[in-house]
Design a protein around this ligand. Structure first.
Ligand SMILES: [Zn+2]
Length: 162
């Protein structure tokens, strides 16, 4: 699927805006103002353009977290992975919609916009990207929230194709 088509079908569900060097073609996330690869060339300054990552990638390293940080208590155990995107940049993110035992190096994943954590009694909710498998894998039995997210994602794709 082309990046343009991906973004039409997934309107603004998350934002993976990085930058790309127009001199050497290297993509960066988060965005950079100067390309370190071309840094010795003065011309690389102001040669960076905004660049949207597709959100597709694969796991190249991961760890299973059993002890939750504050605000993440409901989510353990979960897999935290380094994901190499198809465009090149490496992102760190939680792998959702799968039991941690199924996560493996080389697993194809796709970025998805999810609730990251909830803060205190005021319930300040932080959103951001996580990664879900791009293939069908066993899902966690306690995944009430992620099951709801999946069904709403299905509805959205139904609308997009209608
Ligand atoms: Zn460059």
């Amino acid at each position: 699927m082309s990046i343009a088509r991906f973004w039409r079908e997934t309107p603004r569900r998350y934002n993976l805006g990085g930058s790309k060097c127009t001199m050497c073609g290297t993509a960066y996330f988060p965005p950079r103002a100067v390309c370190p690869t071309c840094a010795h060339h003065r011309e690389s300054i102001e040669k960076m353009v905004p660049f949207q990552l597709s959100g597709d990638g694969e796991v190249f390293s991961y760890t299973v977290v059993h002890e939750a940080a504050e605000g993440f208590e409901m989510q353990v155990p979960y897999a935290l992975a380094l994901v190499r995107t198809v465009e090149g940049p490496v992102l760190t993110g939680q792998i959702v919609d799968v039991i941690p035992e199924e996560v493996r190096i080389g697993l194809k994943v796709r970025a998805t916009f999810r609730k990251l954590r909830e803060e205190g009694k005021a319930g300040v909710i932080h959103y951001g990207y996580k990664f879900a498998p791009a293939e069908e894998l066993p899902t966690p039995p306690h995944g009430g929230a992620s099951a709801a997210a999946r069904s709403s994602a299905t509805k959205e794709s139904d609308r997009a194709s209608a």
